[in-house]
Design a protein around this ligand. Structure first.
Ligand SMILES: NC(=O)c1ccc[n+]([C@@H]2O[C@H](COP(=O)([O-])OP(=O)(O)OC[C@H]3O[C@@H](n4cnc5c(N)ncnc54)[C@H](OP(=O)(O)O)[C@@H]3O)[C@@H](O)[C@H]2O)c1
Length: 353
C-alpha cells in the first residue's frame, strides 16, 4: 500500500510503499478516507517537533484522519463504520494515564503520538488501531471527519478553561481567538454559539480569505500590527476568554492584559525558544489582583473527540467550504503541504466511502 512519509534527513514528504498492516488482537483495520494537514505536520517534516519511531528511518505522517472499518477483527466495531482515530498511544504496556482514559494528560515518556512522535501516522491507504482509540463518526460527515481531531483540541481547551472558572459564577460574553490559521478559524466557528461578542487576531492585509471568514462568522478582525494583544481592552473591550493559536510566545503573556477580571486564557501554540523582556511584576500582579487564569492545553482524549464530532456536524456548510481550500489525491499530494496565504486547511484523499 502507499503511504506518505518523511525520511530522516530529507525534510520533504514522499510516497513510500509499505505492507498493508494486519490488525493485532483488539485492533481494527481501517481503510483511510482523508487525512488533514496542519502546522504540526510541517514541524514534523522540518524536524523541529516530534520524532521517528524507534529503529525506523522514516515516519508516516498524519494525525487528523477519518476512515472506514474494513475488518473489525472481533472488536465492538462493525464493517463500514466511519471512524476517527485519536492520536496518543501507549509506548510500552499500560500506564495510569491511558488506564484512566486521559492519555492527553500523560507527561513526556508516557505516550507516543501517531504521525508526530515515536509512532507512524495515518497517511496511508490502510491503518490499524486499537478499537478504544477509534471514535465513531456519522457517515454524513465522513468527508469532514479530518476536522474532528483539531476540533477536539479546542473542546479540551474549552473544558479546561471552564474548569478553571468553575469555583464561581462565570458568565463569559466576549472571546478573543489569537490566530487566523486553521485552528483559530475552526475555533471562532465553534465559539460562535457560546459568546455574544467574538474577535479574531491576524496580521494580514485585506483582501484575505481568512478575514472574510472571520467577518462572515460575525467576529471582529483585529490586526496585531495595529493593535497589540495587550492593547485590545482599550481598543475594543477586555476579554472574558482568550484562545491563543498563533504560537507567538509574546501572546501568552500579553493575554494576561487582554483578559477581563476573572477571565481565562487558554494557550495552545507551541513556540520555539525565544528570549524577550517583559514586566513580570505587572503581569504577576494582574493575574493575582483580578483573579485571572492561564491554562496550557495539548492533545485531547476520546471524550473530546466525541464532542468534536458533534461540533463538526454543526458547522455551517459555507464555513467548511471556505475553510477547506484543497483536498488532493495521492497523484498530487504535495499540494496538500502548500503553505501560502491562500491555503487554509487541506487534506490528502486516499479513497471515498
Ligand atoms: N496544543 C495543541 O494540542 C495543539 C494542536 C494543534 C496545533 N497547535 C498549535 O496551535 C497553533 C495554531 O495552529 P494552526 O495549525 O492554526 O497553525 P497556523 O496555520 O500556523 O496558524 C497560526 C496563525 O497565527 C497567525 N499569527 C502568528 N503570529 C501572529 C501575530 N504576531 N499576530 C497575528 N497573527 C499571528 C499566523 O498568521 P500568518 O499566516 O499571516 O503568518 C497564522 O495564520 C500552532 O502553534 C500549532 O503548533 C497546538
Amino acid at each position: 500500500m502507499k503511504a506518505i512519509a518523511v525520511r530522516r534527513g530529507e525534510g520533504t514528504p514522499a510516497i513510500v510503499e509499505k505492507p498493508r498492516p494486519d490488525p493485532a488482537a483488539g485492533e481494527a483495520l481501517v481503510r483511510t478516507l482523508r487525512v488533514g494537514v496542519d502546522g504540526t505536520d510541517h514541524e514534523v517534516i522540518s524536524g523541529s517537533h516530534g520524532g521517528y519511531p524507534e529503529g525506523e528511518d522514516h515516519i508516516v505522517l498524519g494525525h487528523e484522519a477519518v476512515g472506514v472499518v474494513v475488518d473489525p477483527n472481533g472488536t465492538g466495531l462493525s464493517e463500514g463504520d466511519v471512524v476517527v482515530p485519536t492520536v496518543r498511544r501507549r509506548p510500552n504496556g499500560s500506564n495510569d494515564y491511558f488506564a484512566r482514559g486521559e492519555p492527553d494528560m500523560a507527561p513526556d515518556g508516557f505516550y507516543h503520538e501517531r504521525g508526530i512522535d515515536g509512532a507512524h501516522g495515518f497517511m496511508a491507504e490502510y491503518f490499524t488501531s486499537s478499537a478504544e482509540h477509534l471514535v465513531r463518526c456519522p457517515p454524513e460527515i465522513a468527508e469532514l471527519g479530518f476536522l474532528v481531531e483539531p476540533a477536539s483540541i479546542t473542546e479540551k481547551a474549552i473544558e479546561h478553561a471552564r474548569a478553571s472558572r468553575s469555583a464561581f459564577e462565570w458568565s463569559p460574553e466576549s472571546a478573543f481567538v489569537l490566530g487566523n490559521g486553521s485552528l483559530g478559524l475552526l475555533t471562532v466557528a465553534m465559539l460562535q454559539e457560546s459568546f455574544d461578542r467574538l474577535y479574531c487576531l491576524g496580521r494580514r492585509d485585506r483582501p484575505d480569505p481568512t478575514i472574510d471568514i472571520i467577518e462572515e462568522l460575525g467576529a471582529t478582525y483585529v490586526d496585531s500590527r495595529h493593535t497589540p494583544v495587550d492593547e485590545v481592552p482599550e481598543a475594543y473591550e477586555p476579554m472574558d476568554f482568550v484562545y491563543e493559536a498563533t504560537g507567538y510566545a509574546k501572546h501568552a503573556f500579553e493575554t494576561i492584559k487582554a483578559l477581563a477580571p476573572n477571565g481565562v486564557g487558554a494557550l495552545l501554540g507551541v513556540p520555539n525558544d525565544w528570549t524577550f523582556e517583559l514586566d513580570g511584576g505587572a503581569l504577576h500582579r494582574e493575574l493575582v489582583l483580578h483573579n485571572k487564569a492561564l491554562v496550557g492545553s495539548v492533545n485531547s482524549n476520546v471524550r473530546h473527540f466525541e464532542r468534536a464530532v458533534e461540533s463538526v456536524a454543526a458547522l455551517p456548510e459555507w464555513f467548511t467550504d471556505d475553510l477547506v481550500t484543497g483536498v488532493y489525491g495521492l497523484d498530487e499530494f504535495e499540494r496538500a503541504f502548500d503553505d501560502d496565504d491562500t491555503t487554509i486547511k487541506t487534506a490528502v484523499e486516499f479513497g471515498s466511502r
